[in-house]
Design a protein around this ligand. Structure first.
Ligand code: SF4
Length: 454
């Protein structure tokens, strides 16, 4: 859109075009997407409203019922979004012109205004039928936008993979995003080289199922020019990113525990730029729950992976996602999860209360768990997570840490350590995108308070 000459403004500002990138991960996400879509025309009734993203991909029929939407695009169509929008604007202008002419003619012919309204309405429907959603399961190649998403000025999120072949029983993503597709190494490396020249120091490597990176290269017989050995996987890509000058930190997005093998960790630990924080999605600490979730590992496999990482990275922080109240989760199963989590001692856990997603296997499972029970289990794990985080942070009091500072919030400059603790420093100095060693003097609201080193 920027390349096509558009300027991006804040959502609450009056704009000519609104693009809602919908989410469909839970029924609640669908509802929020619909609410958001309905709000837009209150800000500017004359604007063009575009719905794209995963919900638009899997439920275009539902979105077609929302009269405010002008254009519905699937995941594959995003790349040409500017072209589709310009067509819609053109059609809308032509319709306005036609409506004007109808009104003028009918006034001349002295007819009732009833027909006019009907004609205009049917033309509007023709425009709204501009729904471009192609079949996602046939998509074999990564849709390379050649652009990046910045989370902040100092950190760039690089998407290297799309789609998922895992079919966890609670998840709609394989249906919304299709099968695994990896971005070609050349494209990833060129992009990181480009942004490093712009002064970006930290990259976050992400994907829907980033552990699958490269698996489709051999399936699709895509030759790789970067490695002599057979196959090209995530670790090969990371080794090449490590060599890019100017990049000082490489952070990994959410990983599947099955990726953490001895060989992977050995090669990973040789990379000096890899951040010692890994997000391993566990989801449950009980094997029978994991089985119903159709996750492909056991808690024993997970523990082995966690130990390998802890041995290779002494200050490593492990973070995770947990779903509580999955269908059939008994008190005993939850107790096993709680005990396992207490044993692994994650730095931080993101706790999700299970929410059924229409179209998934788990949504039709018996023994759905009561909302109060989910709340209770969620609260007890949030308490455990907060207490772990606090205890980890306290160990740093009096120690020196290196922080990549990001932004000024109030009187503090805030940033992150390699192992993802938030650190803050009171200073007059301008520290944005500066890497600096500071001393920890205390903790406050799960953040480290620091001072300059004399
Ligand atoms: S691994 Fe499971 S939870 Fe993650 S995207 Fe794939 S199906 Fe969904």
């Amino acid at each position: 859109m920027i390349e096509a000459g558009y300027k991006v403004v804040n959502f609450e500002e009056k704009a000519d075009v609104y693009i809602i990138n919908t989410c469909t991960v839970t029924n609640m996400a669908d509802k929020k997407s619909r609410q958001m879509l309905r709000r837009v025309k209150e800000i500017n009734p004359k604007s063009i409203l575009v719905a794209c993203g995963c919900y638009a991909q899997v439920a275009r029929k539902e979105l077609e019922k929302i009269p405010e939407i002008d254009l519905i695009l699937g995941v594959n169509e995003k790349k040409e979004i500017a072209k589709y929008i310009e067509n819609t604007i053109k059609n809308k202008n032509e319709l306005a012109q036609t409506s004007k002419e109808i009104i003028q003619n009918e006034e001349k012919n002295d007819k009732t205004s009833k027909n006019t309204v009907q004609n205009t309405k049917s033309s509007q429907n023709e425009i709204r039928n501009l729904t471009q959603v192609s079949e996602i399961s046939n998509q074999k190649e990564f849709l390379d936008f050649g652009t990046i998403t910045y989370t902040e000025n100092t950190r760039a999120v690089i998407k290297v993979q799309d789609g998922c072949n895992q079919f966890c029983s609670y998840c709609i993503i394989p249906y919304a995003r299709g099968r695994i597709r990896s971005r070609k190494p050349k494209s990833v490396l060129e992009e990181i080289q480009k942004i490093s020249k712009q002064g970006i120091k930290e990259v976050v490597i992400t994907g829907i199922h980033v552990a699958s990176y490269g698996k489709d290269f051999s399936l699709n017989n895509i030759k790789n020019s970067h490695s002599e050995q057979e196959g090209y996987y995530l670790i090969d890509l990371l080794e090449e990113i490590e060599k890019i000058e100017g990049i000082e930190r490489i952070r990994l997005g959410s990983l599947e525990p099955t990726l953490i093998t001895k060989e992977f960790v050995e090669r990973l630990s040789k990379l000096s730029k890899i951040c010692d924080q890994f997000h391993l999605s566990l989801q449950s600490g009980c094997n029978s729950t994991l089985k119903r979730m159709n996750r492909k590992y056991t808690v024993e496999d997970f523990e082995k992976g966690a130990n390998l990482l802890r041995k290779a990275f002494p200050k490593v922080h492990l973070t995770t996602d947990i779903i509580v109240g999955f269908p059939g989760e008994t008190e005993e199963e939850f107790r096993k999860t709680y005990e396992f989590l207490s044993k692994i001692k994650f730095y931080k856990m993101h706790i999700f209360k299970y929410s059924p997603r229409k179209g998934t296997v788990a949504a039709n499972m018996p023994n759905q768990i009561d909302g109060n029970k989910k709340e209770e289990r969620s609260n007890s794990l949030i308490k455990l997570s907060n207490s772990n985080e606090e205890n980890y942070q306290k160990q740093y009091i009096g120690k020196q840490i290196e922080v990549l500072f990001e932004e000024k919030v109030g009187e503090y400059y805030k940033g992150h350590t390699t192992n993802y603790m938030v650190a803050k420093l009171k200073t007059e100095e301008k520290l944005e995108n500066i890497m600096k060693k500071v001393q920890v003097i205390g903790t406050e609201n799960l953040e480290l308070i620091c001072k300059e080193i004399n």
